[in-house]
Design a binder for this molecule. Sequence first.
Ligand code: MSP
Length: 636
Amino acid sequence: MADKKFFVTTPIYYISGNPHIGHLYTTTAADIMARYHSLQGSKVLFTTGSDENSQKVVQAAEKQGVSVTEYVNKEAEKWKQYFAQFHIQYTRFIRTTDQDHLDVVQSFLMQLKEKGFIYKGNYEGWYCVDCESFWTDKEVEDGICPDCHRSIRRVSEENYFFRLSAFQDQLIQFYHDNPTAIEPLSRYNEVISMISGGLRDISISRHSQEWGIRFPFDSEHVLWVWFDALLNYITVCGYREDPTSFSYWWPADCHLMSKDIIRFHCVIWPAMLMALDIQPAKKVYVHGWWLTDGEKMSKSKGNIVDPTKVIEELSNVAGISKSLSADVLRWFMFRETTFGEDAVFSMQRLLDRYNYDLANDLGNLIHRVSSMAKQYTQGNVPEGTLIDDEKCQFQNFIEQYTACMTENRFKDAIETTWTLLRKCNKMIEEYKPWELAKKEDIQPLFDLLYTLLEGIRCAGIMLIPFMPVFSQLVLDSFVEQKENQLNLGILRTHQALAFPPVFFPRVKKTTKSEKKNEETPKESPKDEVYCTIDEFSKFDFRVAQIIDAQKHPNADKLLVLKVQVGEHQKQIVAGIAKYYEPQDLIGKKVVIVNNLQPVTLRGEKSEGMVLCASHKDHLSIVSPENVDMVCGARVK
Ligand code: MSP
């Protein structure tokens, strides 16, 4: 087996509904990591799948009038095809109805029971079928689920419990010893406070249920779907069937997910493993949400962006294949978002980026260089050498890219690739090949062309994780060179080039669907009251980091924020409670007015103002584009 290995997982999805951009985002992120690590020479295990033992599938099957088995078989197939459309290359799509998974779950339960971590008791509380979550009386108001806000049922039954409370100290110790086990840091802190707040034993069975995995020692009880689902991560690497494989792959390098399910993955899951002396995963990487109107996009709310429709529309307006359109969407999702932060999808934005970055920077460069090769070197790679790195800086770009990919900074990795592409375009302007071609010594022209082609080849490799189909087309255009190495100067001379004439035709019109949705706020001339630079300089705008956020005790619309500004901390009361949950703000960098006259708002001191953009019913906090900007930095 190879020395280097990488094991990445996505959550296994509830398949009772169509996949949307949120599911695609996580799965593509895992695919990007898998492809990158594979390019680096690692052996890769990348798993995704379907969470099929839930009550939701029973309800959905009933609605369609088919058996549950028939229903899950059909839906799982649909999800697999959906991922294939987006070029997702997982190693395994696990279904929790797979036989090896059932075996793992039952053996795991037996061992927990033998070790005394499972006991029988009475459960009195609430259960939400949509979230598949248990809730206490304290958490539920008026019979409404605190998470999805739908009506939920009160349950009173004999259940099996897992002794979660026994793992509080061990969990704290684990996270203390492994401070990068949850990223970003704000989520790590959130989990630490969840655990420090005290852990109660959890109910892990349902009594009056038909569908699901039965307890091996009590066939009247069905296992709580989350307990079964989490175990998929060890099924996929051979926990019961293949101990050699299991000890090779486990612990997983990265569990990917969005912030809604960290309690399950960062508290319950590691405790389950600790109970059997198995190490927890090396890292849980938590990304943000795709939002619609400030809310998490989800199929149950019906506010989803359907990626299949997006690529259909793109393919129509741009005149490119659906397969290439799928690549564009993959690339766009990570070009647009800082991994870890929330994002809003806009078709118009996608088309703008398509025009600027793909049609202009990338497409034009390839077109120009391939035309030059046709004109000056019969369409072949010339006998040239790479221009001095001080001038072209390719080595520097490759190193930056590698650092970004290693740290999952996908947006920065894409940005670095574009810096390289733009550098190539700039070199054409600076070196003026059309003038070099008139000179007697043709070598400088050949060196330039060789360098530009090497730039394109490297960019092709750098884009493999994001745009695998496009990259393959680019790399196949170097007819004789089949290896994908990101080493400079290995481009083989004299080989033929076969670039397609146009990769990304420019899109001319705004799409209809966007025109409806994207009304720009009008700036009326009378709003234009000028201020002098002296007046402006009186304001002290600073970057600050939110270190705590609470609901205002006396006002529904207000949040009380504690922010760090340089070495100081201050309190700011902000009218953003309608748009942000307090826990989602912790760790966020914002821009504040630092020298605003302090006031008291409904009894709470406010020593500044958080800047927000607002339009109609939308509100968005203003943040520094680079999340690493230091707290206290002046904004001017
Ligand atoms: N079945 C459980 C997971 C069990 S894993 C042991 C589940 N399924 S889910 O279908 O609801 O998928 C949740 C995951 O889908 C999120 O953690 C995230 O990865 C992805 N997304 C779903 N909606 C999302 C957004 N709106 N935005 C970004 N990703 C989100 O929970």
